[in-house]
Design a protein around this ligand. Structure first.
Ligand SMILES: [Zn+2]
Length: 192
């Protein structure tokens, strides 16, 4: 049922005095907002600071805080303080499960070439945190540069395992050569 607004209240809301009070209040709020700390993230438009009102973490609602970033991007977070937290969390988990099934179906539908490309990508990209990989990359680069400037011999003595495998390969190669020679001889002899 619609609530009836009394005529007196209606008249008061249209009065010049009420409007003046409202305007002053809005202006006051805007002045307060202008003094609040601003988000310093680089905005997409021109790279200048974003200047939206910042949350306690120093970023605005668009630039930080709500969704975990980097390696925690897909990690579901408990909706703290939400009145229907359990339902919300369950919906998140359902979404993740749905995405997983979709991904699996897509992988099952790949053509042999696409599957090969996918496997190669997986082999070429190490799992783990991006930060750790970046650090390891930096260390490798620095070590290579140091070795180059110091003129250190970069060849390592072969490991016992490598020696063993190399010998095994040589033995197998010899065996294969001997067998193919024998097969050739047999084939030549068969049709004399
Ligand atoms: Zn921002």
């Amino acid at each position: 049922m619609k609530r009836k607004v009394s005529r007196r209240l209606d008249a008061w809301r249209q009065s010049a005095e009420w409007r003046a009070i409202s305007r002053a209040h809005c202006q006051d709020l805007n002045r307060q907002r202008a003094l609040l700390p601003k988000c310093g993230a680089a905005r997409k438009r021109d790279g200048e600071p974003c200047m939206q009102t910042a949350m306690p973490n120093g970023r605005c609602y668009l630039h930080g805080g709500r969704t975990p970033k980097a390696d925690d991007w897909h990690r579901p977070v408990w909706p703290k303080g939400h009145p229907r937290a359990v339902e919300k969390m369950n919906a998140k988990l359902r979404d993740i499960e749905r995405a997983r099934k979709k991904r699996e179906a897509r992988l099952a539908d790949l053509s042999p070439e696409e599957r090969q490309a996918h496997r190669e990508w997986q082999m070429a990209h190490k799992p783990g945190k991006a930060v750790d990989r970046k650090r390891a990359r930096g260390m490798r680069k620095a070590n290579a540069a140091a070795r180059a400037t110091l003129g250190v011999d970069q060849s390592y003595p072969p490991s016992p395992e490598l020696v063993r495998v190399t010998r095994a390969i040589e033995a197998l190669e010899k065996l294969r050569a001997a067998r193919s020679a024998a097969i050739e001889e047999f084939a030549l002899g068969a049709f004399d």
